[in-house]
Write a protein that binds this ligand. Structure first.
Ligand code: NAD
Length: 381
């Protein structure tokens, strides 16, 4: 594909895919609806991996979703799964292990599977879910490599199920405002951007294990800055409505201060992303400092995420017109899952489809290549 191409959710291949997804959704739509006149039933979600994100965010969000509900889990710890069944009021038969998750195929309670395991396991679990005939959300980053993303996309296409990525910020009003400013250009094109995200990692964990994490903070945190910069370049119409990819990157790894924690992944990276319209984003991520900020500036104004730029709540956002406040924080995860459930019901594509996750891995791979070669590297999306 043309390296300058914007992220396109409607390539010819995908358009053909949509036709078949449309046909498939006709086949499954009857059981997704309630009895005549009744509200449509909530779709059943199975969470795969009951770690901190499932426990702290997704489970609680599924108590307030309108279009879906928690109906099962896949976990390595059966006792924990049984406790979840009690807490969330679903039958014990809906507790699976990673080894038995193929049996989801026989369970009509589950419509979609949300993969919340370490990055390197997303392909295994997402492909197993697709083979069981379930729609899939994969947490970010979608996988460790572009090739793995393509395998996930192919499996979902073959099974005629939808694939989405846990990009909750597309459902957050502040990030939606960033995209709106990108589209409507009230501040002019947002040509100067800056993003910084990091936290201090205290002990060795899977996030610093190359096989499970795919890399260091670039995989876990850098992806947010990539997303923010792409969103700020969103276009008013056409395939770039949810964001546009950079055309080239230049990156360097920061020297490691704690080799014990990061023997085979980077501790931090500084990089620049260049966009086709001349926009540039200066970015920094590491596991050795705390930061969560993003700024985008045009000739006529700016927007700045001063605190919690990419987190769940408590964003502090200012613009050249004054502070931005949209009222109480929304539940990003509930909105994200409800939207995907609506997409399934209505046979529509998600605004955060697997292709977007693949695009971001293409950008990440270009960044790592630039670190290796020391050269400016074209992004092949
Ligand atoms: P975690 O370590 O708290 O949980 C991971 C889960 O995977 C655990 O239940 C663990 O038992 C299970 N697991 C299965 N096989 C494993 C293995 N071989 N090694 C280690 N754990 C294994 O991690 P988390 O913070 O919940 O992150 C899970 C995924 O969610 C990651 O991809 C992460 O990037 C993503 N995440 C996304 C957000 C977001 O805001 N979208 C936030 C946090 C995490």
């Amino acid at each position: 594909m043309n390296p300058r191409a914007q992220f396109s959710p409607v390539s010819r291949r995908e358009f053909l895919g949509r036709l078949s997804i449309g046909a498939a959704s006709l086949a499954v739509s009857a059981p997704l609806l309630g009895a005549a006149g009744a509200a449509p039933r909530k779709l059943g979600v199975a969470l795969v991996g009951l770690g901190s994100y499932s426990t702290g965010q997704l489970g609680p969000a599924l108590r307030v979703t309108e279009n879906c509900r928690l109906a099962g889990v896949v976990t390595g710890n059966r006792a924990k799964g049984l406790q979840w069944a009690k807490d969330y009021d679903f039958p014990e038969k809906n507790v699976y292990s990673y080894e038995t998750m193929h049996q989801l195929a026989d369970n009509p309670d589950i419509d979609l599977v949300y993969v919340v395991t370490p990055n390197g396991l997303h392909p295994l679990h997402a492909i197993a879910a697709a083979k069981a005939g379930k729609h899939v959300i994969s947490e970010k980053p979608m996988a460790n490599t572009v090739a793995e993303c393509e395998a996930m996309l192919a499996a979902c296409r073959a099974a005629k199920v939808k694939l989405s990525v846990g990009y909750r910020l597309h459902f957050d009003p502040y990030h939606q405002e960033l995209m709106r400013l990108g589209r409507e250009k009230e501040f002019g094109p947002l040509l100067k951007m800056k993003g910084n995200r990091g936290f201090v990692m205290g002990a060795r964990a899977w996030r610093a294990d190359k096989k499970l994490a795919g890399g260091g903070p670039m995989m876990d945190l850098g992806v947010y800055i990539i997303q923010g910069a792409c969103m700020a370049q969103a276009t008013a119409s056409g395939p770039g409505r949810e964001g546009v990819a950079p055309i080239a990157v230049t990156a360097t790894e920061i020297p490691k201060t704690r080799l014990d924690l990061f023997p085979d992944v980077e501790e931090g990276t500084r990089w620049t992303m260049e966009f086709a319209n001349g926009a540039v984003c200066e970015a920094f991520t590491s596991y050795a400092h705390g930061a969560d900020t993003f700024r985008a500036e045009g000739e006529k104004g700016w927007i700045e995420f001063k605190e919690h730029a990419f987190t769940y709540r408590g964003m502090v956002v200012a613009t050249s017109r004054g502070p931005l406040k949209f009222g109480p924080d929304v539940n990003q995860q509930a909105r994200q899952m409800d939207d995907f459930a609506r997409c399934i019901r209505e046979g529509r594509e998600s605004r955060v489809p697997g292709e977007m996750g693949r695009r971001d891995l293409a950008i990440v791979e270009a960044i790592y290549e630039s670190v290796r070669t020391g050269k400016r590297t074209l992004v092949k999306v």
